[in-house]
Ligand binder design. Sequence first.
Ligand SMILES: Cc1ncc(COP(=O)(O)O)c(C=O)c1O
Length: 375
Amino acid sequence: MRRDIAELFELDPDLTHLNHGAFGAVPRSVREAQDRARTRIEQAPMRAFRDELPSALATARESAADFIGVPADGVALVRNVTEAVGVVLQGLGVGPGDDVVVSNHGYLTAGWSAEARGATLRTATFAVDADPADVVAALAEAMTDRTRLVVIDQLTSPTALELPVAAVAAAVAPVPVLVDAAHVPGALPGLDVEGLGVAFWAGNLHKWAYTPRAAATLWVAPEHREAMRPLVTSWSHGLPYPERFDLQGTVDHSSWVAVPDGLAAWRDLGGWEQVARNADLLVRGAEHVRSALGTPDPRAGIRSAPCLRLVALPDGVATTTESAEALWQQLYAAGLVVPPVSFEGRGYLRLAAAPYNDEDDYARLAAALPGILGA
Ligand SMILES: Cc1ncc(COP(=O)(O)O)c(C=O)c1O
């Protein structure tokens, strides 16, 4: 780990952390800001909920909107992308008799939430080395005349790919598209949310933008805003979007209050220059691991996420969910926090690069892998 930067976080120094994408990591200064927000609320809950939280949450919402480059009236704060998906499905009234299209690279959130509402899931399938045109064709082909919503990940979770969201939205129009952008804020430069041509875009701030966990954004296109309601409805009655999402009953609002502190930490850590440094580190780090394994680089049909990347495991390794889980346990026991991924019958490691990582982290993983896989 890069000691000077690692000191700003509270990560266990005995572990090699190469999985920032899963849950992020909260810098100490941001955790302290959240603690201060909690303390302030506890000192006078009545004062906090009535007099202080409304303006603190408006400030948090504005800073989040500014961060993702959209006007503040389009962005609601939610706790995570899972919640955002629930809000959208509820707002559109998706239910029995409706189809929702997802992809085989999608995260569990959308599929399970749609099925829980009685909708039928249609899964578009494309390979890890597909070209962008294959992605668009697969999603368009999965559509039926009952499709109410298409959900597409902008940066995919199991495969770390940057999917052609705008082209998909154009191909499936006028059916609305919800972008699962869980990994995007603070990780993907050049973002133009309003220019994607989608109806909904949801991104976590707690993965790559250094806010406390349980802080995420839901941007909604103007024509859908009126129908969107928070899942926790108390105190939202009569308020317009997005203010109606601010005070969702007596939940812990401290992670939202500390959003501006998290985004300031992202800037202090170097902002997009830091992301470029991490992307470059990841190319070199993946090469350490790939050469230790002797596996080929997957063909790059679609660009990888800047700070997330797959390295293929040898044939027969982690090809099922169970064997990937067993390998995860072995790696973890060796102090290596890196997720094996089983995707379409082939095993991979998903590597991440965060500010606290250095090349030694990947070299340590590369040195340990032959022994772990041989055992
Ligand atoms: C692509 C994607 N979508 C959604 C999620 C869920 O995020 P959350 O647990 O914050 O709702 C994740 C989590 O890793 C993810 O990778």
